[in-house]
Design a binder for this molecule. Structure first.
Ligand SMILES: Cc1cc2nc3c(=O)[nH]c(=O)nc-3n(C[C@H](O)[C@H](O)[C@H](O)COP(=O)(O)OP(=O)(O)OC[C@H]3O[C@@H](n4cnc5c(N)ncnc54)[C@H](O)[C@@H]3O)c2cc1C
Length: 395
C-alpha cells in the first residue's frame, strides 16, 4: 500500500501539537457525522491511539477512508488555527490514527443487541448504506443489503487507488458484514423497491447513488468512454499514446491522473469554462500540474469522430458574454486529432425519479445529488433515525 498518502510520524506529531483545543469545538460542529477532531486529537497527543480511534469509529463507519478523501470544506474550513497560520490537516490526522489502529489490530467491535424482529432492505452498498447500517444494527434491526456489483463500496471504488487504496474500503466494511444482523447479496440489482415491502421487509432504504452519466448530446459521443466505465478498470484502457478527458471537475481530474499513471504520453483535459472555474481542490490542481496534464479551457467539444485507429475531436472556443453566459466564439473551430481514448467526465445523476412511497426512504447521493462520502454516511444515519422513529410510532 502506498505510504505517501499518510502523514509521516513527525508531520503527525506536529499537527497534533498545533491543535488549539478550542472549547467551542468548531471542528466537531462542522463535521457532517459529528466526529470530534479536538477530542480525538487530544487522545492522540497523549499517545492513546486506541481511544482516539474509538472516538472516530463511534461516529464514522469509514473513518480511515474519510480521513484519506474528505475535502477541506468541513472541519478544516472551521479550524480556528487558520487565523494563526494554517488550519490543522484534520482529515490526514484522522487517516493516520485509523491506519495506526488498523496496523495495531485494534478492533472496536459493534454491539450485538437482541433483535427487534424488524427487517430493513437497503439497495446499494455505498457509504450511505453503511451509515444507515451503523445506526440500525445498534437498535436491533436486521439489515439485508442488495448490491448490483460484485463488491461493496459504491462509487468509492472508482477513486484511484493512489488516493484511496481499495483494500481500506473492504477492511472498513468487513466488521459490518460479519455482524450477525447484516446480510449482503451482491450481483443483485433491485429495480422494484415496493416488492421488497410485500416480502419480509418493514422498510426499504434506497441508496443507489447516481448511476446515469451526464452526456454532451453531440455526434460521435458513443465513441467516448464514460468515467465510470474507465475508472472501474483503467488497466483495460492503458495506453502510451494521447488521452482526452472532457470535463473540469474532480472526477475529470481523477480520470486524467489515472490515464497519466497508466502510461499515457499526453493527457489533455477539455474544459468548457475558465481554469479558475474548475471544481477541483488545490491538491488536485497541484497533482495535475505535477503529472503534466494539459488543460485546455474555454473549449467546447462539438463532435467526436473515428479516423483509422484514433479519435478526432472537433472543438470550438467559448467565452462569457456581457450577461455572463457562456457562448461559442464564432469561427473558432479547431480539429484535434490522434487520441487513443476520449473520456467523458461530466458527472452523473440518479437514474430514476424519487417517488414518495410509504416505508420507502432515500439516502445518499440518490437523495441529495452528488455529495461526498462523509455527507452520504450522514444522510444514511439520518434516514436510519427516521426509520427507527417511524417504525416505533407505528407500533
Ligand atoms: C471518481 C470519483 C471520485 C470521488 N472522490 C471523492 C472524494 O475525494 N471525496 C469524497 O468525499 N467523495 C468523493 N466522491 C463521491 C463519493 O464517492 C460519493 O459521494 C459517495 O460514494 C456516495 O455514496 P452513496 O452511498 O450515496 O452512493 P454510491 O457510493 O454511488 O453507492 C451506490 C451503490 O448502489 C449500487 N446500486 C445502484 N443501483 C442499484 C440497484 N438497482 N440495485 C442494487 N444496487 C444498486 C451501486 O452499484 C453502488 O454500489 C467521488 C466519486 C467519484 C465517482
Amino acid at each position: 500500500m502506498k505510504d505517501d498518502i499518510y502523514l509521516t510520524a513527525s508531520q503527525f506529531d506536529a499537527e497534533l501539537e498545533r491543535c488549539l483545543n478550542c472549547p467551542t469545538k468548531p471542528c466537531l460542529k462542522a463535521c457532517p457525522v459529528s466526529c470530534s477532531p479536538c477530542d480525538f486529537i487530544a487522545h492522540a497527543k497523549q499517545k492513546n491511539i486506541s481511544e482516539a480511534a474509538k472516538i472516530i469509529a463511534a461516529q464514522n463507519p469509514l473513518g480511515e477512508t474519510c480521513g484519506l478523501i474528505c475535502p477541506n470544506k468541513f472541519c478544516v474550513r472551521a479550524c480556528l488555527r487558520q487565523y494563526k497560520d494554517s488550519p490543522i490537516r484534520i482529515p490526514a490526522v484522522q487517516a493516520e490514527i485509523m491506519r495506526r489502529a488498523r496496523l495495531q489490530k485494534l478492533f472496536f467491535p459493534l454491539p450485538i443487541v437482541s433483535l427487534n424482529n424488524k427487517k430493513i432492505a437497503i439497495i446499494g452498498a455505498g457509504p450511505a448504506a453503511l451509515g444507515a447500517i451503523s445506526v440500525l444494527i445498534r437498535q436491533g434491526f436486521s439489515v439485508t443489503i442488495f448490491e448490483k456489483e460484485a463488491s461493496v463500496g459504491g462509487a468509492l471504488n472508482l477513486i484511484p487507488q493512489a488516493r484511496l487504496p481499495h483494500e481500506i474500503i473492504a477492511y472498513e466494511w468487513q466488521k459490518f458484514l460479519s455482524h450477525p444482523a447484516v446480510s449482503l447479496q451482491t450481483k443483485t440489482e433491485v429495480t422494484d423497491w415496493s416488492v421488497l415491502l410485500k416480502q419480509e421487509f418493514d422498510a426499504v432504504i434506497v441508496t443507489s447513488g447516481e448511476q446515469k452519466s451526464r452526456t454532451l448530446g453531440i455526434e460521435g459521443e458513443n465513441l467516448a468512454l464514460n468515467y465510470a466505465q474507465y475508472l472501474k478498470n483503467p488497466q483495460n484502457f492503458a495506453t502510451d499514446k494521447s488521452v482526452a478527458v472532457i470535463g473540469g471537475g474532480e472526477v475529470a481530474a481523477d480520470c486524467a491522473l489515472t490515464a497519466a499513471t497508466f502510461g499515457a504520453k499526453q493527457v489533455e483535459m477539455f474544459v468548457r469554462r475558465r481554469l479558475s472555474d474548475m471544481r477541483v481542490t488545490e491538491q488536485e490542481r497541484e497533482s495535475l500540474l505535477k503529472n503534466r496534464v494539459n488543460i485546455t479551457a474555454l473549449t467546447r467539444i462539438t463532435k467526436i469522430e473515428k479516423q483509422s485507429d484514433t479519435l478526432t475531436l472537433y472543438t470550438c472556443k467559448t467565452q462569457f458574454n456581457e450577461e455572463g453566459r457562456l457562448i461559442d466564439v464564432p469561427h473558432s473551430e479547431i480539429v484535434r486529432k490522434g487520441f487513443s481514448h476520449v473520456i467523458l467526465a461530466l458527472g452523473s445523476t440518479r437514474d430514476r425519479e424519487l417517488v414518495e412511497i410509504e416505508r420507502i426512504f432515500y439516502a445518499g447521493d440518490f437523495a441529495t445529488g452528488s455529495s461526498t462520502a462523509v455527507e452520504a454516511i450522514a444522510s444514511g444515519k439520518q434516514v436510519a433515525d427516521e426509520i427507527i422513529q417511524s417504525l416505533s410510532d407505528a407500533r
